[in-house]
Design a protein around this ligand. Structure first.
Ligand SMILES: [Zn+2]
Ligand SMILES: [Zn+2]
Length: 144
């Protein structure tokens, strides 16, 4: 995701309004590694700018995702999370506290994939690969 200043320029050039509320969201999302849900972002934004609406948060997230500045990720069952890191990466998910951490994986292209009944079938053109490691983060592992 680009910087708040660059996003302000980009939004304006698309004819989108840039309000103080939206600029706050740009700042809160830039370099954000927590993979927030819309609701989590709304909570943080409300603390800094009371009166901001959940609708504004949703609309801004939708606009940013549409511009390719954010990716939205559904980690099976949970609410959709937003990630300003749009480069190639994967995730570690703590099953205890829901913390999501960016991780980088070597050798994804060399993975040996086969179908259950046709181990030699290679008729699938993979466009992207998302790997999720589930387990416990350091803090949660310590409290078991
Ligand atoms: Zn944890
Ligand atoms: Zn991520």
């Amino acid at each position: 995701m680009r910087t708040p200043a660059e996003l302000t320029t980009a939004f304006r050039s698309l004819g989108l309004k840039v309000t103080p509320q939206r600029q706050l969201l740009f700042r809160l999302l830039h370099d954000n590694t927590t993979h927030p849900t819309a609701e989590a972002l709304f909570e943080v934004a409300s603390a800094q700018m009371p009166g901001i609406s959940l609708r504004t948060v949703y609309q801004t997230l939708t606009d940013l995702a549409g511009m390719g500045e954010l990716q939205s990720i559904a980690f099976g069952g949970g609410a959709i999370r937003f990630d300003p890191n749009v480069g190639q990466h994967h995730h570690q998910v703590c099953v205890s506290c829901d913390e999501i951490t960016d991780v980088y994986v070597d050798g994804v292209d060399q993975l040996n994939v086969s179908l259950r009944n046709e181990p030699d079938a290679h008729s699938f053109a993979t466009a992207s690969t998302d790997i999720v490691f589930r387990g416990r983060c350091v803090r949660c592992a310590d409290t078991v």
